[in-house]
Write a protein that binds this ligand. Structure first.
Ligand code: HEC
Length: 167
């Protein structure tokens, strides 16, 4: 009897998802952003802060081709639950969120290396980690922003409280 119980505990442990431990900015997200996003979203790339970016989005986005700074935890949070709430989720969604209507966000493709032939699997695996960081593994994230966006209502306090984004 005891043995049987032990065996089922062992099986349950094996069946645990890969990301059993908490996903954190320091351990998982910072290295990923360095690898895939820093090229256009870092001090080294000449990225402006979010406030500065919003002052002259046209110039930064179209001429200089850089996005807002997101190479520190605090700057990245601007895109999660700060000044540009939901931006990270909208830009990285693979198109499966109901509000994305089948269209992946325009930064999703950067979640895979350019020369990787198995792009989809790499992008999907990285997206899974980022989603787990934002709302916990297996949960669907919210794309809602501060204001109404088309048929998507503004973010609610309840949605903001779901955000984990652990340092
Ligand atoms: C080759 C350059 C490049 C790479 C690589 C890149 N981005 Fe961007 N990103 C931009 C530019 C330029 C903009 C501004 C234009 C726009 O909004 O599309 C932007 C905008 C964004 C925005 C919207 C910010 C806002 O508030 O409007 C988010 C979120 C974002 N990027 C996330 C990412 C993430 C996450 C990665 C890495 C997986 C990434 N980007 C990789 C160039 C890049």
């Amino acid at each position: 009897m005891k043995l049987k119980m032990l065996a089922s505990v062992a099986i349950a442990a094996i069946a645990l998802p890969v990301m059993a431990a908490d996903v954190t900015y320091r351990k998982d997200i910072a290295p990923m952003f360095k690898k895939y996003c820093a090229e256009c979203h870092s001090a080294a790339a000449g990225s402006p802060s979010m406030a500065e970016f919003k002052l002259d989005e046209e110039r930064y986005a179209k001429k200089e081709k850089v996005g807002p700074l997101s190479d520190t935890y605090e700057h990245l949070l601007q895109l999660v639950n700060g000044n540009s709430t939901g931006a990270l989720m909208r830009r990285l969604d693979d198109g499966t969120n109901p509000f994305a209507k089948g269209k992946p966000g325009n930064m999703y493709k950067y979640l895979c290396e350019k020369d990787n032939k198995d792009n989809n699997a790499e992008c999907a695996a990285n997206l899974k980690v980022i989603k787990a960081w934002v709302v916990g593994e297996g949960n669907e994230w919210d794309l809602n922003g501060i204001g109404q966006r088309g048929d998507m209502p503004p973010v609610s306090l309840e949605q903001l409280r779901r955000i984990k984004a652990k340092y």
